[in-house]
Design a protein around this ligand. Structure first.
Ligand code: AVJ
Length: 367
């Protein structure tokens, strides 16, 4: 019996302003701590290996993490501002309205760990609502973007320890940085917004959420923002906008391969395409070859037929029930569930599942 609250247009919403605190509530500001070097437990991701392997597949595909170099992260930021790209807007609306209740579930002195932190904009909503958060550990693959994004936080949240971690969180097995915090803190709150979970296949997502649970321990809270939309008329424009920002974001991958791996992709020889795969319930981004051609990467030739594509990203759209099932397989169950008024986006607030013999109290609210 979960607390299911739907934030609807019909629901009279009291806006939840961020809790403003006086400077005297906090110890003096401190600058973000230096970026943490990769820990030995992490396997080094290799762009070259992923590209060479991916272009050798019968259905060419490159893991979507490689879209997010500095330029890619900037372009994705622009995507989040587009009219057509509803997920960011709808999720922000949910967080604005529900942050206070989420903060209540988190309790005081929490440690916030964010996976794929990007610009950290939504995190500010959460941090502002939390009761004296102790530390913020943003994890992102783009070192420069991460450094830029956290630079302003200490002046906004005095007393908050900011520990940026440069890593591909999808390959992160443990969080040695947590040991740096010492023992005196509240709940660990893993913040995983932006529907990034949708980039993983359902099985991968179960693996990831399971590993998160092992890394953060039994008393954690996990906040996942996930797009639930199934309507292609809404989805396709969101991934193929009229200004061509998403196209530039996708094609930037070829530019990156040219620059970093010495390849000769022609950026006009490929076009961006967004497809809805209804059977898999996912949006796919492809780079489609405009004609038959040969491209050289790291000295190796790769042949493209006309219309053949490189699959560059999948965005799974989990219905509420599917997500609940997936989370359960990974050992998490709902504490709260929030949706926007258009029923397009969900914010799942999860806790580690415990044996049925020790049920916890939950509010059951259907609105
Ligand atoms: C950041 C991965 C969640 O899948 O919606 C947006 C990426 N790609 N437009 C998404 C993206 C094209 C985005 N995620």
């Amino acid at each position: 019996m979960n607390k299911v609250s739907v934030v609807g247009a019909q629901t009279p919403m009291r806006p939840q302003p961020p809790r403003h605190r006086r400077a005297s509530d906090f110890p003096p500001a401190r600058p973000p701590e230096p970026l943490q070097p990769p820990a030995p437990a992490r396997t080094a991701p290799s762009f070259e290996r992923d590209v060479m392997l991916g272009l050798s597949l019968p259905h060419k595909a490159i893991p979507s993490t490689w879209l997010y170099d500095h330029r890619g992260s900037e372009l994705f930021e622009q995507i989040t501002q587009l009219d057509e790209y509803y997920p960011s807007r709808n999720e922000t609306r949910i967080l604005e309205r529900c942050a206070a209740q989420i903060a209540e579930a988190a309790g005081p002195h929490s440690v916030v760990i964010e996976l794929g932190s990007g610009s950290s904009r939504k995190t500010r909503l959460l941090l502002a609502a939390l009761d004296a958060p102790q530390a913020y550990l943003p994890i992102d693959i783009s070192e420069q973007f991460l450094a830029e994004s956290v630079a302003g936080l200490p002046s906004l949240f005095a007393g908050l320890r900011v520990l940026p971690v440069v890593a591909d969180f999808s390959r992160l097995d443990s969080l040695p940085e947590l040991a740096l915090l010492g023992g005196d803190h509240g709940r660990r709150v893993v913040f995983f917004p932006g529907s990034t979970i949708g980039n993983f296949t359902p099985d991968e997502a179960v693996g990831l959420l399971t590993r998160i649970g092992l890394a953060v321990g039994p008393d954690a809270l996990l906040i996942v923002g996930a797009d639930t939309t199934q309507d292609p008329a809404v989805l396709i424009p969101a991934y193929d906008d009229r200004d061509g920002v998403t196209a530039a974001f996708n094609l930037n991958l070829l530019e990156r391969i040219n620059r970093e791996l010495g390849a000769d992709f022609s950026l006009t020889a490929f076009r961006h395409e967004a497809r809805f795969n209804a059977e898999q319930q996912r949006v796919e981004m492809h780079l489609v070859s405009n004609y038959t051609q040969r491209v050289t990467v790291c000295g190796h030739p790769f042949q493209f037929a006309m219309g053949e594509s490189i699959h560059t990203e999948s965005a799974y759209k989990h219905s509420l029930l599917k997500f609940q099932h997936l989370a359960a397989r990974a050992g998490w169950s709902h504490r709260q569930l929030w949706m926007d008024g258009q029923s397009r986006f969900a914010v799942h607030v999860l806790e580690p599942s415990r044996p049925a013999a020790r049920p916890r109290e939950r509010n059951v609210i259907f609105r």
